[in-house]
Design a protein around this ligand. Structure first.
Ligand SMILES: Cc1cc2nc3c(=O)[nH]c(=O)nc-3n(C[C@H](O)[C@H](O)[C@H](O)COP(=O)(O)OP(=O)(O)OC[C@H]3O[C@@H](n4cnc5c(N)ncnc54)[C@H](O)[C@@H]3O)c2cc1C
Length: 263
């Protein structure tokens, strides 16, 4: 079977760097380095494995991102892992877009690109909401199978395993569909030198809001349904209570826990 796979990947501030909010209370993405969200590397990896599987003989993997100019780095990383082509939705009017707005833009870009399967990560590493896959499935009018630790495609269906606290579920849906995969779905491959060189020649299509027939007031801070009212720096971590064990360390610890009703 032939399969058009679209993988949604997010460009996020490097978590090892100092993350700040800008004056307009959006995340400061200018003065910090960014990278491909680590949880989306698992989404790219699973798309590559589906494409390499025996059931699929002709697959094309498109990686898609909505983000600022530097978000191209996230696409390049995914292309160097083995994806075939990329789509970058970039527009100044997207600044401050909330989850609803991002799902709207992504759905339009996915419909324009054409798809049989959309693969997402379980959550981004900055907004961490974990809502985009469900919002996308709703906007595209297709089923969603989320938080999979194992996924495969055969006979026009996607099937997968979801490991919950209480149970393990085997799930399936007819294509076209949206899936999300967890960080338990298997190690993401490192780009080879050959892959990095090949990625430089792979096509990256740039789209703006006009290309997707989206009005500026539908997205960005203006179109956002959620608004950050205020931001306060988290108080610096305190040293905490140091227990000097002079034979009564256990007693002191039990007292400490009881005082705080932990026990
Ligand atoms: C600290 C912080 C707090 C925020 N709080 C809110 C809030 O409370 N409400 C709100 O509506 N918005 C909020 N946002 C904005 C929101 O993060 C963005 O709209 C984002 O694009 C979608 O949410 P998410 O990052 O949580 O995605 P998630 O729902 O966690 O992402 C799941 C998956 O969707 C895909 N994906 C997500 N974003 C993109 C993208 N830009 N391009 C391509 N694929 C993508 C990836 O596959 C990702 O693994 C916040 C952003 C930040 C940085």
């Amino acid at each position: 079977m032939s399969l058009r796979i679209v993988v949604c990947v997010k460009y996020v501030p490097d978590a090892t760097g100092d993350r700040h909010f800008a004056e307009d209370l959006t995340t400061d993405r200018e003065s910090v380095d960014g990278l491909l969200s680590e949880l989306d590397e698992y989404a790219v990896e699973q798309a590559l494995q589906i494409a390499d599987s025996d059931e699929v003989d002709d697959a094309e993997i498109t990686v898609l991102t909505v983000g600022p100019e530097d978000a191209k780095d996230a696409l390049r990383k995914a292309l160097s892992m083995g994806a075939d082509k990329a789509v970058h939705v970039e527009d100044d009017d997207l600044h401050g877009t909330d989850a609803l707005g991002t799902s709207y833009v992504l759905a339009k870009a996915i419909e324009k690109t054409g798809y049989d399967l959309v693969v997402c990560g379980m959550a981004s590493t900055d907004g961490t909401m974990g809502v985009l896959p469900a919002m996308l499935a709703e906007r595209l009018g297709v089923p969603q199978v989320t938080l999979l630790s194992e996924v495969s495609v055969a006979d026009g269906k996607v099937t997968g395993r979801r490991d919950g606290d209480a149970a393990t579920e085997q799930l399936e849906a007819q294509l076209p569909a949206v899936v999300s995969v967890t960080d338990q779905s298997g190690e993401a491959r490192y780009p080879s030198f050959k892959g990095i060189m090949a990625a430089k020649k792979k096509p990256v299509e740039s789209l703006d809001l006009d290309d997707l027939d989206i009005e500026a007031e539908e997205v960005g801070l203006e179109g956002a349904w959620t608004k950050v009212e205020d931001v306060a720096e988290r108080p610096p971590r305190t040293a905490g209570t140091v227990v000097k064990d002079e034979g009564d360390g256990g007693k002191q610890l039990a007292g400490f826990l009881a005082e705080r009703k932990f026990v």
